[in-house]
Design a protein around this ligand. Structure first.
Ligand SMILES: [Zn+2]
Length: 342
């Protein structure tokens, strides 16, 4: 990107209420069959337009065609039985009924490639596409086949690489892997988490990103955050390994979180998507608040490597709030851009 401080979102945006129940995770679709597939496309157009009207530089599909950032991808794979459910603890935080891995996992056909092609036709702006990361995928399943988190993660990494190569060919500029699990399973991150991520991006020529956050603003996450103390130093565990990895961009949570900003020093050299928008609150940031977060980040990131972003996805927020937050992000980045040009 030639433009300084190009803005983007971590991924999801709220869906229109005619497509899915608003302000709900795993919200069921309100349409069926052809109406549903047409409706998803219309929602994707709207999500793009919301971003464009707000002045967002790197746009996404707003994840309008998926029910959930992890499950929807897995639903398209063989080897996972969605009828056979077990209760597991997700990210060591809350219990959920999840599908079971019953055989070898594989991808028979592309999952999001048609959607990416559709978005590519609608805009010339750079596109970022989010996929779940291998570790976060295995953490949302019960594995009755491989019986090894690491083994299953390597299998998913191979599948993600197939999908990523096709997304790149469809014209996606940045492929992002969501790995909130990197903030929880530190030993695994170091043993095989970063390596499986590198397997997922193998051979890609487009830019690649990893998004590590403290999750959506749902109750289980808010409760968990209360237990983390006054300083959230989780990034300290994965950052040194990521700094040495082949990932181009690290997307992280900053605004209103208790992450010490100087931890960004640990990924010196990487591009950093700095979360300047809190997704766990309906209060819309002022442009000045956004600018303040970006200025703090500039102490640890070179200006040409700073990408203003949201802390996480905005799917569970009311649409008007998300719209306001996109506008604030854009306006806040512009304030700092002006300051840097003086
Ligand atoms: Zn996130």
């Amino acid at each position: 990107m030639k433009k300084l401080l190009p803005t983007s979102t971590a991924g999801s945006l709220p869906k229109p209420s005619w497509l899915a129940e608003p302000e709900t995770l795993w919200s069921p679709w309100k349409l069926q069959g052809k109406e549903l597939s047409d409706g998803k496309r219309d929602a994707l157009r709207l999500a793009l337009q919301e971003q464009q009207l707000a002045g967002i530089d790197i746009v996404s599909d707003g994840e309008q065609t998926r029910q959930h950032f992890v499950t929807t991808f897995i639903e398209h794979l063989d080897g996972v039985d969605f009828e056979k459910r077990e209760t597991v603890r997700i990210r060591d935080r809350y219990d959920a009924s999840v599908p079971t891995v019953t055989g070898a996992v594989s991808r028979q056909k592309p999952v999001f490639v048609e959607d990416a092609r559709f978005l590519r036709q609608l805009t010339r702006q750079p596109i970022k596409w989010a996929l779940p990361g291998p570790m976060t995928m295995i953490d949302t399943l019960y594995d009755a086949h491989y019986k090894s988190r690491e083994k299953l993660a390597w299998e998913f990494a191979t599948i993600l690489n197939q999908e990523a190569r096709e997304l790149e060919a469809a014209g996606v500029d940045i492929i992002q892997f969501d790995e909130p699990a990197f903030n929880v399973f530190f030993d695994e991150v170091n043993d095989w988490g970063v390596s499986t991520l590198e397997r997922a991006i193998e051979g890609l020529k487009c830019e690649t990103a990893v998004h590590i956050c403290y999750g959506y603003g749902i109750k289980a996450n808010t409760e968990w955050k209360k237990t983390l103390g006054s300083e959230w130093r989780q990034y300290e565990e994965a950052f040194p390994k990521l700094q040495k990895s082949s990932i181009d961009i690290v997307s992280l949570e900053c605004h209103n979180s208790r992450v010490p900003m100087d931890l960004i020093e640990l990924i010196r050299g990487k591009k950093v998507m700095v979360g300047a928008i809190d997704v766990a609150s309906n209060t819309i940031e002022t442009p000045e608040e956004v600018a303040h977060t970006l200025r703090k980040a500039l102490q640890f990131v070179d200006a040409d490597k700073l990408y203003p972003c949201t802390n996480c996805g905005m799917a569970p927020l009311p649409r008007s709030v998300a719209r306001g937050k996109l506008g604030a992000l854009s306006a806040g980045a512009e304030i700092v851009r002006q300051e840097l040009s003086k």
